[in-house]
Design a protein around this ligand. Structure first.
Ligand SMILES: Nc1ncnc2c1ncn2[C@@H]1O[C@H](COP(=O)(O)OP(=O)(O)OP(=O)(O)O)[C@@H](O)[C@H]1O
Length: 258
């Protein structure tokens, strides 16, 4: 019987801060082409998990394998080179650059070009940068400065920047925070499209349950560092442990908190 190995295999992963077990021996897998939501109440360990996957925080225990390669113990830059990307907000210093220049800078970085080549960024792989912008629906705004873009459009550019490194796995920390419902849906529909067309895996945290239920292929639920449930959104919705631990009594998944 043939079985494809998951792209990401996390096992017995743990991290403590002083006496607090922020992440307490969690296990999960993520396949290529899958959109996996990581949810849980405040302080559940979501950010700590993210930071261990991309190497910003060293794990105390456990293993994180990407395509069979162990990531625990590697530097963030090496993990990025192996294909773990993360969406970052466009920093103010880059907001004055045009949309396409921002993507060109990301391509420079991906190609390990030296910063002394900065002045040549305007010429560097412009067609490839435009192609990435086309994939996120931003080609027509390529020559506008990022500083004048609408918020939802900035998020699309950030996605194009993350794509410049051709990640196998993309980590998105609350991608739709601060967005209106229509923009949220557009961004997540775009993300889903990229997941399918590129065979990329996405792990994302999200507080909006509407987004999670509409777009996640699968979800994992953390509470106080422990993984308490895993499954398809519809299975998770009615999971008694999730209802109890995640929301406390009397609350349901039906509506987001106002
Ligand atoms: N650098 C740190 N030093 C000490 N304690 C920390 C540190 N980072 C996280 N913690 C603790 O670890 C636990 C998990 O925190 P984490 O930020 O991973 O949760 P989270 O699920 O991302 O929460 P939120 O939804 O509020 O962002 C919390 O109890 C938090 O106080």
């Amino acid at each position: 019987m043939s079985s494809t190995k998951p792209l990401l295999q996390v096992s017995n992963l743990g991290k403590s801060f002083g006496g607090v077990k922020a992440v307490d021996g969690i296990h999960f897998n993520l396949a290529a082409g899958e959109l996996l939501a990581l949810i849980g109440p405040n302080g559940a360990g979501k950010t700590t998990t993210f930071n261990m996957v991309n190497g910003q925080l060293p794990a105390d225990q456990g293993s994180i394998r990407l395509g069979g390669e162990e990531l625990v113990g590697r530097k963030p830059r090496d993990i990025w080179r192996l294909g773990v990307g993360r969406t970052f907000q466009i920093a103010e210093t880059f907001a004055s650059l045009t949309v396409v220049e921002n993507v060109q800078m990301a391509l420079l970085s991906h190609d390990r070009q030296l910063f002394s080549m900065w002045r040549r960024a305007a010429d560097y792989r412009r067609d490839d940068a435009l192609n990435l912008l086309d994939q996120v629906g931003m080609k027509s705004q390529a020559d506008r400065p990022c500083s004048v873009l609408a918020y939802g459009d900035v998020k699309r550019v950030e996605l194009a920047i993350a794509m410049a490194n051709a990640p196998k796995l993309l980590l998105m920390d609350e991608p739709t925070a601060g967005m209106a419902p229509k923009e949220r849906n557009e961004l997540m529909a775009l993300t889903k499209q990229l997941v399918v067309s590129r065979g990329m895996a996405v792990l994302f945290t999200e507080h909006s349950m509407d987004v999670v239920f509409a777009y996640a292929d699968r979800m994992i639920v953390l509470a106080r560092g422990r993984l308490i449930a895993e499954g398809k959104p519809l299975d998770i919705r009615d999971h008694p442990k999730v209802q109890e631990v995640y929301f406390g009594t009397g609350k349901t998944f039906e509506k987001e908190a106002a």
